[in-house]
Design a protein around this ligand. Structure first.
Ligand code: CTP
Length: 499
C-alpha cells in the first residue's frame, strides 16, 4: 500500500467514533503505549465501515487503564481472561443494542509490539496501529506490519504467522477456515499443509471454543468450499469421528453417491438455498423462508449441521432384503439421536440440539407423504397433523428435505416422482405459511369431562370418538373456540351412531 494511502487510512481509523472516543478518554502519555490490533484493523484495511469490536494492546497496567477509561466512557467493564489479561469495555452511548461497541484491552505479550504480533495467528491479524497520532512505527506512519499482513490482505490470503502459531493454539486451524469463509480468502498452501498434518491437535481445544468458531464458520453464506477442504485435510473426521463409517457406504438405487458424499452434497444444496432461495414454483415461499431463517442467527449454521448429519444413522441401520435391495429402516430416528449426541459434545445449547434433532427426525416425512399422495391417500388433515407434531420449526424440515432429495439420484429422482414431491412440499409450505398450521396447540378445546357434563353422558367410547371429531374439525378450521366446540359436540351427539 502506498505511503499516501496508508496515511489516509490511519487518519480514517483514528477518526472512527470508537477510536476517537477512546483517544479523548486517555492522556497523551498513555496513547503512546496503546495499539489498535486484530480484526478491527484488518477490517478497516478491507474498507469496512461498521466495525463494532475493537482490540487494543497496551504495555500499561491493564487494571488501572481500563478502570479509568470505563469511568470516562461510562462503559461496563468485564474481565474476559484473567490468565491472558484481557479486559472488555462495553460502551452503549445510545442505550441501543445495535449501537453497542466493545473495546477489548489485552496486556502486551512479550517485550514490545513486534514480539506481541509475532505470537498472533495469521499475518492479516498480526498488524498494529499506534494510537499516538504521530508518524511512528516500522513504516513511519504508525503502522506495524512485520509479517506482510497488508500484502496478504491485498491477495486475500490466510497465512499463519509461523508454522508454530498453529501448534501453540490449535483452535487457530479452525479459525483459518472460519476467517477464510467469512472474508472470502484462500488458505495459503503451507498453512493448509500444516493444518492437514496437525489436525488431531484441534481436540486439545475447549468444546466451547470449537463450538463458537464452527458456528461462525457455518454462518458464512459461502462456507461449502472450505468445508470440503476441512474434510480433505481430515479436520472434519477428527472433530466428528462418526462420519468415518459413512464414507464409502453404498446406498442402493435411489442414490448415486455414498452416504458421506451425499451428506456433503446435501449441505452444499442447503447452503445455496439459504443464499439464493428456493427454485421452481417454490420461489413464492422465498420471502417467508428467509424471514424464518433470519429470526434466529443460529438457524443457518444449525441447518447446515442438520444437512451434514441427517444420515448419521445409516451405517447402523443398513440392511439388505432377499432381492438384494438396500434399506435403512429407522435411520431418521437413529440419525436424530446421533446428531443430538454430537451437538451435546460440542456444547451446543439444548434448544439448538432439539431443533436439529427435530428436523432430522422428520426429514423423510415429505418423501413418505409423496408415496401416499401418488396412491391418492394423502389428506390435508394428515399434513396438518404432521406439521403440528413438528411445531413452529417445520420449515426447517422442508428445507432439509429439499436439499436431501436434490442430492439424491437414481430412480427416486424420476421427473414424475419429483413433480409429485414438489407438489406435496408446496402444499406443506402453504399450510405452514398461509394457514399457520405449525402452531402447536395448547391442548384440546374441551376435555372429556367437559363433554360428559355438557351432554350429560357417561364415560365410554362415545366420548373418545367425539373428542377426535372435534379435533379434526379444529384442524380443518371449522371450530376455533370452546363455544364452537360445544355447539358442534351437541350436533354430533344427536347424529353420531357408534358401531
Ligand atoms: N488471536 C490469535 N489467536 C487466536 C485468537 C485471536 O492470535 N486464537 C489474535 C488475532 O490477532 C486476532 C485478535 O487476537 O485478530 C482478536 O481475536 P478475535 O477477536 O477472536 O478475532 P478477530 O481477528 O478480531 O476476528 P473477528 O473480527 O472476526 O472476530
Amino acid at each position: 500500500m502506498s505511503h499516501d494511502r496508508l496515511n489516509l487510512l490511519r487518519e480514517e481509523i483514528l477518526r472512527a467514533p470508537a477510536v476517537a472516543m477512546l483517544l479523548d478518554a486517555v492522556p497523551d502519555s498513555v496513547r503512546q503505549d496503546l495499539y489498535l490490533v486484530g480484526g478491527a484493523l484488518r477490517d478497516f484495511c478491507l474498507g469496512k465501515k461498521d466495525v463494532p469490536d475493537f482490540d487494543f494492546v497496551t504495555s500499561r497496567n491493564l487494571e488501572d487503564l481500563t478502570r479509568e477509561c470505563a469511568e470516562k466512557l461510562s462503559a461496563r467493564r468485564v474481565v474476559l481472561d484473567e490468565r491472558w489479561g484481557v479486559i472488555r469495555l462495553v460502551c452503549n452511548a445510545q442505550g441501543l443494542l445495535e449501537d453497542r461497541i466493545t473495546l477489548d484491552f489485552a496486556a502486551m505479550q512479550g517485550a514490545d509490539i513486534l514480539e506481541d504480533l509475532s505470537r498472533r495467528d495469521f499475518t492479516c491479524n498480526a498488524m498494529a496501529l499506534s494510537l499516538t497520532g504521530e508518524a511512528s512505527g516500522a513504516s513511519g506512519q504508525g503502522w506495524w506490519d512485520p509479517r506482510g499482513g497488508l500484502d496478504d490482505l491485498r491477495t486475500r490470503t490466510i497465512r499463519a504467522v509461523q508454522a508454530s502459531s498453529l501448534r501453540e493454539d490449535p483452535l487457530r486451524m479452525l479459525r483459518a477456515f472460519r476467517l477464510g469463509a467469512t472474508l472470502g480468502f484462500e488458505i495459503e498452501a503451507d498453512t493448509l499443509e500444516t493444518i492437514c498434518r496437525e489436525s488431531e491437535g484441534i481436540l486439545q481445544s475447549a468444546g466451547e471454543r470449537i463450538h463458537d468458531e464452527l458456528f461462525r464458520f457455518l454462518a458464512a453464506p459461502d462456507s461449502h468450499g472450505y468445508l470440503i477442504q476441512m474434510d480433505r485435510c481430515g479436520m472434519l473426521q477428527v472433530l466428528f469421528p462418526e462420519i468415518e463409517r459413512m464414507k464409502g457406504l453404498p446406498q442402493g438405487r435411489h442414490h448415486h453417491l455414498d452416504v458421506w458424499g451425499h451428506s456433503l452434497q446435501t449441505a452444499r444444496l442447503l447452503e445455496s438455498t439459504l443464499r439464493d432461495g428456493l427454485g421452481g414454483f417454490l420461489t413464492r415461499w422465498n420471502a417467508s423462508s428467509l424471514a424464518w431463517v433470519e429470526q434466529q442467527p443460529r438457524t443457518r449454521p444449525l441447518l447446515k449441521i442438520a444437512a451434514l448429519f441427517h444420515d448419521l444413522g445409516k451405517p447402523a441401520t443398513r440392511s439388505l432384503d432377499p432381492a438384494g435391495e438396500v434399506h435403512f429402516y429407522g435411520h431418521d430416528r437413529a440419525s436424530a439421536e446421533a446428531a443430538y449426541g454430537i451437538l451435546e459434545r460440542i456444547r451446543a445449547a439444548r434448544i439448538d440440539r432439539e431443533r436439529v434433532k427435530n428436523w432430522i427426525r422428520y426429514h423423510m416425512a415429505p418423501v413418505h407423504m409423496t408415496s401416499a399422495y401418488r396412491k391418492g391417500h394423502l389428506t390435508e388433515k394428515a399434513m396438518i397433523r404432521f406439521l403440528r407434531r413438528v411445531g413452529p420449526d417445520a420449515l426447517g424440515v422442508l428445507v432439509l428435505s429439499l436439499a436431501d432429495v436434490g442430492a439424491s439420484g437414481g430412480s427416486g429422482s424420476e421427473q414424475d416422482w419429483k413433480r409429485s414431491y414438489f407438489e406435496v412440499v408446496d402444499s406443506l409450505f402453504s399450510l405452514c405459511v398461509e394457514r399457520g398450521a405449525t402452531s402447536r396447540e395448547p391442548g384440546p378445546l374441551l376435555s372429556g369431562r367437559d363433554l360428559m357434563d355438557a351432554l350429560n353422558i357417561d364415560p365410554g367410547p362415545r366420548v373418545g370418538r367425539l373428542l377426535r371429531l372435534l379435533d379434526d374439525a379444529r384442524i380443518q378450521g371449522r371450530i376455533r373456540d370452546r363455544e364452537g366446540a360445544l355447539d358442534l359436540a351437541r350436533a354430533l351427539h344427536k347424529t353420531l351412531r357408534l358401531r
